[in-house]
Design a protein around this ligand. Structure first.
Ligand code: AMP
Length: 114
């Protein structure tokens, strides 16, 4: 845990409401500024700043993050599709430096993204 990381605090239950999903490795919670009818963030409970800092040791964890997102999408009734996004670095639009996957759904997504 990084003491100044807002997502570490959410994973530890120190701030935020009840998680959408949580297990020993992953926490999922609603985005505070939703960009779609369903907008959930999934994070590893372990602090990793961005995809650039992930190591081979994190591969299973990142796979688990993706599969958990698919399970949550099913639970949310997103059978007709959804989008998973991992903004990485300043040019990628990353504003919180703890790896997170955006799960967006409930409306038709446009491409290319902004
Ligand atoms: P990114 O810009 O990809 O780093 O995404 C960070 C996301 O975190 C944004 O969509 C924010 O709305 C969201 N966010 C920031 N602080 C909180 C918070 N305390 N609880 C829930 N979502 C948050």
């Amino acid at each position: 845990m990084s003491s100044d990381c807002i997502f570490c605090k959410i994973a530890a239950g120190k701030i935020g409401g009840p998680p959408v999903y949580q297990d020993e490795a992953i926490t999922a919670f609603k985005d505070i500024n939703p960009q779609a009818p369903v907008h959930i963030l999934l994070i590893p409970n372990k602090h990793i700043s961005s995809m650039n800092e992930a190591t081979a040791e994190d591969e299973a964890l990142l796979g688990q993050l993706m599969r958990t997102a698919a399970q949550i999408a099913r639970n949310e009734g997103l059978g007709s599709g959804y989008r998973l996004v991992a903004n990485t670095g300043p040019d990628g639009g990353q504003s919180v430096f703890h790896i997170h996957l955006h799960l967006l759904g409930g409306r038709r997504m446009a491409w290319p993204p902004g």
